[in-house]
Write a protein that binds this ligand. Structure first.
Ligand code: NAD
Length: 250
């Protein structure tokens, strides 16, 4: 079923590439006006231009999701320009360098937690304040299979993604009665810049562990995110949707 979001306003963080860009474009194809948020200006504006080329509506707002003032300003700008906020995808994140726990630097741990976990909470905080006033809304956070199973040498990444799944469940319970649905997607290996940072042998081994024997495409995650934000998913909240070609079915 194609999600219909005509006239809705959707915000996507980390929308300058990969899953975030695909999600922004998929929201636009479904009829939503899109607020494209990311740190990288040229790449963020490129996402906006692709949406405009499709005949859609979008704006770019430079945002670092680990900065509370910038996240608050992002949501305010969405509301000032488009009048409301119906859907949000909190996608911005990064994997961090491979490191054993015993070798991990405190500053690297802090940055990963700041962006992936604190950034998701900050986005929820300001998006929810707006959605509560409207009495309606749908939010999808982006975690990872690394939040469900372990990846040796990526403990800090796994911890942030497991944290996002737990945060989503608690948030869904807090706001279900106020008409706001909050879900999380946990992708397996998806063809983006993030996956390209893995050494080739590690990538080959990782894909071999996916029963579908391939990596996923960003659009295959985007379609699910947009569906979760649509009325077609009106009875879905607090759910962790694993989209991993069967990786975690072993
Ligand atoms: N690619 C995969 O295999 C995979 C698997 C599971 C989960 N994920 C998750 O998907 C999300 C998107 O990653 P991707 O694979 O599309 O990679 P990507 O590197 O293409 O996209 C990450 C995006 O987040 C943005 N970003 C990073 N730090 C930010 C910050 N502080 N503030 C604002 N934006 C910031 C980047 O600029 C970029 O636009 C991430 O949360 C990642 O952990 C990816």
């Amino acid at each position: 079923m194609t999600a219909q979001l005509n006239g809705k306003v959707a915000l996507v963080t980390g929308a300058s590439s990969g899953i975030g860009r695909a999600t922004a474009i998929t929201f636009a194809r479904a009829g939503a006006k899109v607020v494209v948020a990311s740190r990288r200006i040229a790449e963020g504006e490129e996402t906006v231009n692709r949406i405009l080329d499709l005949g859609g509506e979008a704006i770019f707002v430079k945002t670092d999701v680990s900065n509370a003032a910038e996240v608050e300003a992002l949501v305010n700008k969405a509301v000032n320009i488009y009048g409301r906020l119906d859907c949000a995808c909190n996608n911005a994140g990064f994997g961090g360098a491979a490191s054993l726990i015993t070798d991990m630097l405190e500053e690297d741990w802090n940055r990963l937690v700041d962006v992936n976990l604190k950034g998701t909470w900050l986005c929820l905080k300001y998006e929810l304040r707006t959605m509560l006033k409207q009495g309606k809304g749908a939010i999808v956070n982006v975690a990872s299979v690394g939040g469900v199973v372990g990846f040796a040498s990526y403990a800090s990444y796994c911890a942030t993604k497991g944290g996002i799944i737990a945060l989503t469940r608690a948030a869904a319970l807090e706001y279900a009665q106020q008409g706001i649905r909050i879900n999380v997607v946990s992708p397996g290996a998806i063809e983006t810049n993030m996956l390209a940072t893995l050494p080739t042998d590690a990538l080959v081994q990782l894909i071999a562990k996916h029963p579908l024997r391939r990596s996923g495409k960003p659009e295959e995650i985007a379609d699910t995110i947009v569906w979760l934000c649509s009325e077609a998913a009106s009875f879905v909240t607090g759910h962790n949707m694993i989209i991993d070609g069967g990786y975690t079915s072993h």
